[in-house]
Design a protein around this ligand. Structure first.
Ligand SMILES: C[S@@+](CC[C@H](N)C(=O)[O-])C[C@H]1O[C@@H](n2cnc3c(N)ncnc32)[C@H](O)[C@@H]1O
Length: 298
């Protein structure tokens, strides 16, 4: 196994009719690479992990919402050595009531699978929150020395990339990131125009549990930044951004008002002199009228 894998021929196990299924060959490679004797999958979908493990004499427990197991509300009934996890990619493929009938699950197991189906979350934040809950639940259920293999992808919506790899919590030791080429996706049949770059890969994140009680967790924090409070931003760039933001030329007084009170001014008692100096740079700024400056034409 290398850090890029590609399985154009899917292999045997699970069902390729189950949307979002994964290649059995990936599971085979993981068994060989990490010499796995036990590999569980609690979102096993069409049963790919189960089929490969059984064929290779590897033990494991295989659950799914479609088999009456809800990761959000039920306890994991074992402490596994290793876990393979292939969650839904947000709502790209909806599972309950699309891949299987919700009513069948209600009749058989007495709960509605749509309530906690990870493919039916209420937006990206809700999805990441639930993903993190499931990540920690599975990681903490694992025995020391175990590995969690998480197969996940990126989603592009309205010009923005939503990356599971970037956003979900990563407990334990991040041992490996493997890029997996995607084949035979529904999106392969679409034709794209313009600047859209079709996503043709997924990631396999390998997390190792080296320590049972205390471990690091890498978390992504999204916060808004104001460049007027940043050390690294130059006065030229701060003034240019103030003018871009205003969409019109501004007087020096108006520029001062828009930066006054920010950290950048607190660290330089002569900040008004500095602003007067940078607006003289004709490469970046234009002198519109007495005391009024705009951005130089591009
Ligand atoms: C991407 S599919 C797994 C596909 C699988 N690797 C295969 O090859 O068939 C994700 C699975 O997560 C299951 N799932 C979604 N939310 C769940 C939850 N709260 N608890 C358990 N399973 C869930 C779905 O039913 C679906 O089968």
């Amino acid at each position: 196994m290398q850090s890029i894998v590609s399985y154009p021929d899917r292999g045997v196990g699970g069902k390729n009719s189950y949307r979002g299924n994964c290649s059995p060959k990936l599971i085979e490679d993981l068994i060989d690479q990490y010499d796995l004797k036990y590999l569980s999958d609690y979102m096993v979908g069409s049963g790919t992990t189960e089929d490969v493990c059984k064929a290779r004499g590897v033990g494991g427990m295989y659950l799914d919402l479609n088999r009456g197991f809800d990761m959000m509300t039920m306890d994991i009934p074992e402490r596994a050595d290793n876990i393979f996890w292939h969650p839904p990619y947000d709502d790209i493929v909806v599972y309950s009531d699309e891949m299987y009938k919700a009513q069948d699950i209600i009749n058989r197991y007495g709960f509605d699978p749509r309530v906690n189906d990870l493919s039916r979350c209420n937006g990206w934040e809700d999805f990441v929150k639930k993903m993190n809950y499931c990540t920690m639940k599975q990681f903490t259920s694992m025995e020391k020395g175990g590995r969690m293999f998480i197969l996940m992808g990126d989603i592009k919506k309205r010009g923005k990339l939503y990356s599971m790899l970037l956003d979900i919590a990563k407990p334990g030791t991040v041992e490996q990131i493997i890029i997996k080429a995607q084949h035979n996706c529904v999106s392969d049949r679409r034709s794209y125009s313009g600047r859209f770059v079709p996503i043709v890969h997924e990631y396999l994140l390998v997390l190792r549990k080296d320590s049972p009680l205390m471990f690091e967790v890498q978390m992504t924090k999204h916060q808004r930044a104001d460049m007027r409070d940043m050390e690294g931003a130059t006065w030229r760039d701060v003034v240019a951004a103030v003018l871009e933001d205003a969409h019109k030329p501004l007087s020096l007084k108006e520029i001062y008002e828009r930066v006054d009170g920010h950290k950048k001014c607190q660290s330089n008692p002569h900040w008004t002199d500095k602003i007067r100096q940078v607006v003289q740079n004709e490469k970046f700024f234009s002198h519109v009228e007495r005391g009024v400056y705009g951005l130089a034409a591009a």
